[in-house]
Design a protein around this ligand. Structure first.
Ligand SMILES: [Zn+2]
Length: 471
């Protein structure tokens, strides 16, 4: 039975979707003013893995996410890059699509942009005004946070403390316009020349950040959804404000299960621009040949726990992934050459059945990928043992391979047949050896082969040239 940890109640709850067999899921996407960073990628990967697991468990999943393609960050960066706001947003939307495809993140069922839902945003805000939960002042519209019962419950903070923090963040202009420092903007008036603004009943401007998610959920999924996801840093104020807006608008419970992923640290430090450890995924993918190893690193830690990104943890992920791929290739090779099909091997089939059940048990516990992968490694051990046998029951071998493929696809790994990659040093040695053989310097060639062997790379010479395999 699937259980999920709900940030709203701080407990693990039995998962019961609103409609049996069908899940409505929304995950906050990035502001498209730069390449995505590791934190964005982690969130997208965490919820992609959750989505894939729900599909594996037989659910139909509608997965909606957004691009925030307007607002201060977009305006400032567009000025820096000499682009219009729309051009800037398009540039980074395209980069997002490219980078997430490399990380094998499934495209959303609907990916909506804030600028595409402007009429719906305006009528949503008008409704909140009509209900008396919002007020317009000098071209801005604000939400009366304290009027909403249980405001702030999602982040489990003390209301007075929230009030003080909010007051500290206000600039003088805003403080004059707001009835209460904790009120938040639904609409912001905009009159600067050259800055994008949309007409509205309150004058030209643009929506506040929180309203777009409420509107997209309402438009594409309806007034109540099963899962709302995002980074834990979004619980307050973003998700807190989404609840206040949406429940005021619909009068219904907005979200059944609030799921939040943990942070990514870089070399054990918080990732931040000022520390200079703010790495974009675009840069990482350019440096790193095996994108799925990065995916594997970001998926193998339970989604709520922090992840430490470093060269060491990435290398470790690569080594583990290579171990899984190697087991797959070893057995697949034998299946490919041995042609007699036999009956299944009952003992191994029984072991495989219990591995599958253990996997479901692990993942049903709030999508615990760490425990799920421990079960995958039991399967890897079984596959290696089986591949070592003198004769194989090919039906069983095929079942083992299919199971590994299916379980790894939940983690977004779909290239098990692919050879592992060489690191730069290994590749250079291999290239040097090809060169040595070309000039028939066999002494050098033998020495390079020994050096590669010492690094764990076994080289054989074939009619097609060098072939290598990791030990
Ligand atoms: Zn959002």
């Amino acid at each position: 039975m699937l259980k999920v940890y709900n940030t709203y109640t701080l407990t693990k709850e039995t998962f019961n979707p609103i409609t049996s067999g069908h899940i409505k899921m929304y995950v906050c996407g990035p502001t498209v003013y730069n390449y995505i960073h590791l934190g964005n990628a982690r969130s997208a990967i965490a919820f992609d893995t959750i989505r894939r697991y729900l599909i594996y468990r037989g659910y139909q999943v509608d997965y909606v996410s957004n691009f925030t393609d307007l607002g201060d960050k977009v305006i400032q960066q567009a000025q820096k890059e000499g682009l219009t706001e729309a051009q800037l947003a398009h540039k980074y939307e395209a980069a997002f699509d490219q980078d997430t495809a490399k990380l094998n993140i499934l495209p959303a069922t609907v990916r909506s942009k804030a600028t595409e839902v402007m009429p719906e945003i305006i009528s949503f805000v008008a409704d909140l005004l009509e209900k008396g939960y919002a007020y317009a002042v000098e071209g801005d519209v604000y939400f009366r946070a304290q009027k909403f019962p249980n405001y702030g419950i999602l982040s489990h903070q003390d209301l007075n403390e929230m009030e003080e923090n909010a007051a500290g963040r206000l600039d003088d202009q805003e403080a004059l316009r707001k009835e209460d420092p904790i009120d938040f903007a639904l609409w912001k008036g905009e009159h600067r020349p050259g800055v994008q603004a949309w007409p509205s009943p309150w004058g030209p401007g643009r929506p506040g950040w929180h309203i777009e998610c409420s509107v997209m959920i309402d438009k594409y999924l309806g007034s109540a959804i099963d899962i709302h996801g995002g980074g834990i840093d979004l619980a307050f104020p973003h998700h807190t404000n989404e609840i206040a807006q949406s429940e005021t608008h619909s009068g219904e419970e907005f979200v059944r299960y609030w799921l939040h992923n943990g942070f990514v640290n870089v070399n054990q430090e918080k990732m931040s621009k000022s520390l200079g450890n703010f790495t974009t995924v675009h840069e990482l993918l350019a440096q790193y040949s095996d994108a799925q190893a990065l995916r594997f690193l970001l998926t193998k830690t339970h989604y709520r726990r922090p992840i430490n990104y470093s060269d060491t943890t990435l290398d470790q992920a690569q080594i583990e992934l290579d171990r899984i791929r190697r087991a797959y290739r070893r057995l697949a090779k034998r299946v490919a050459v041995e042609s007699v099909k036999d009956e299944a091997d009952a003992t191994v089939e029984e072991q495989l059945k219990s591995i599958k059940a253990n996997f479901i048990n692990a993942m049903d516990d709030d999508f615990n990928t760490e425990n799920g992968l421990a079960v995958v490694f039991e399967l890897v051990t079984l596959i290696n043992q089986y591949a070592d046998q003198g004769s194989l029951q090919l039906a069983t071998a095929q079942h083992l391979l299919d199971a590994l493929k299916t379980l790894m696809s939940i983690f977004g790994i779909d290239n098990l047949g692919q050879k592992e990659s060489l690191n730069q040093e290994e590749q250079e040695l291999l290239d040097a050896r090809a060169q040595a053989r070309l000039v028939k310097d066999f002494a050098a060639s033998d020495q390079l082969r020994d050096e590669l062997l010492a690094l764990g790379v076994v080289v054989r010479d074939t009619a097609q040239g060098q072939e290598w395999e990791k030990k």
